[in-house]
Design a protein around this ligand. Structure first.
Ligand code: 13P
Length: 252
C-alpha cells in the first residue's frame, strides 16, 4: 500500500488555545490511520502549544518558513537552529504567498532550503505556476525551472529530507482545484525534472504532494493518481472533520 504525506498549512490562523483545541479534536479522528504521515505547519507562536497537544499521537508539528542565516540582524525571522532547538523537524519553504506578498524568489527559497537541510530538518518545498503561465501553456517549463533553481546545490543524499508540494497558484484558496489529471501530469513533470537532477530512483522516491483547494470531496481522486503522494492543505486543515476525511482518503 502506498504511503502518503498529508500536511496542513495553517497559514496565519490559530492562536495557541485554538491550536490546542483543534489538535485535541482531531487526535481521536485520525488514531490508527497509519498509512500516512500527518503534519501541521503552524505559526511560530502556536508551535509549542500544538506540540504539547499532539504528544502521544502520530501528529508532527512543523513551521511555515525559516531563514537562511544562523543568526543575526534579520528582524522578524527565525533560524533553523531556533526551530530544531524547539523540536521542530518539518518546515514549509517557498509557499506562493511568501513569493507573492513577501518578495521571496527562487534564490531565497534555495538558500532557505539549504539552511534547513543543513540543520537536519525536513523541507516541504512549494512551487507551482500562476494562472497566466498555465494559460500560456508553459506550466512544465515553469515547474521544471523552479525545481532546478530551488534545489540548486542540494545533494542527492539530502533529497530524502525533501518533500515537494506542487501548488498551482490559481488553485490556492480559490476553490478551484487542478483536475486529478492536471495534478498528476504536473507532479510527473516535477518528477522528470528531479530525474534529470538526481536520477530515476531518487525521483521516484521523492514525495510530491498536491496543494490547492484540496478538500474532503476531491482528495480521494487526487490521491489516487500515481504521481500524487500526498496533500498540502490550507483551508480544510482548519476544520477537524474535513482534514480527517482527507486522511481517510489516503487509507484507500
Ligand atoms: P487551500 O487548501 O486553502 O487552497 O491552500 C492550499 C495551500 O496554500 C497549502 O499550502
Amino acid at each position: 500500500m502506498k504511503r502518503y504525506v498529508i500536511a496542513g498549512n495553517w497559514k496565519m490562523n490559530f492562536t495557541p488555545a485554538e491550536a490546542t483545541s483543534f489538535i485535541n479534536e482531531i487526535k481521536p479522528m485520525i488514531e490508527g490511520k497509519n498509512n500516512c504521515d500527518i503534519i501541521f505547519c503552524a505559526p511560530y507562536v502556536t508551535i509549542a502549544a500544538a506540540q504539547e497537544a499532539a504528544k502521544g499521537s502520530q501528529i508532527k508539528i512543523g513551521a511555515e518558513n525559516v531563514h537562511f542565516a544562523d543568526k543575526g540582524a534579520y528582524t522578524g525571522e527565525v533560524s533553523a537552529k531556533m526551530l530544531t532547538s524547539c523540536g521542530v523537524e518539518y518546515v514549509i519553504i517557498g509557499h506562493s504567498e511568501r513569493r507573492q506578498y513577501f518578495g521571496e524568489t527562487d534564490e531565497t527559497v534555495n538558500l532557505r532550503t539549504k539552511a534547513a537541510l543543513a540543520a537536519g530538518m525536513k523541507v516541504i518545498l512549494c512551487l507551482g505556476e500562476v494562472k497566466e503561465q498555465r494559460l500560456a501553456g508553459i506550466t512544465k517549463e515553469v515547474v521544471s525551472m523552479q525545481t532546478k533553481l530551488d534545489l540548486a546545490g542540494v545533494s542527492a543524499e539530502d533529497m530524502k529530507n525533501v518533500i515537494i508540494a506542487y501548488e498551482p497558484v490559481w488553485a490556492i484558496g480559490t476553490g478551484l482545484t487542478a483536475t486529478p489529471e492536471q495534478a498528476d501530469e504536473t507532479c510527473g513533470q516535477i518528477r522528470a525534472a528531479l530525474a534529470e537532477l538526481y536520477g530515476e530512483e531518487i525521483a521516484n522516491d521523492t514525495v510530491i504532494q498536491y496543494g490547492g483547494s484540496m478538500n474532503e470531496k476531491n482528495a480521494a481522486e487526487l490521491l489516487s493518481k500515481p504521481n500524487v503522494d500526498g496533500g498540502l492543505i490550507g483551508g480544510a486543515s482548519l476544520v477537524a472533520d474535513k482534514f480527517a476525511a482527507i486522511v481517510d482518503a489516503a487509507q484507500k
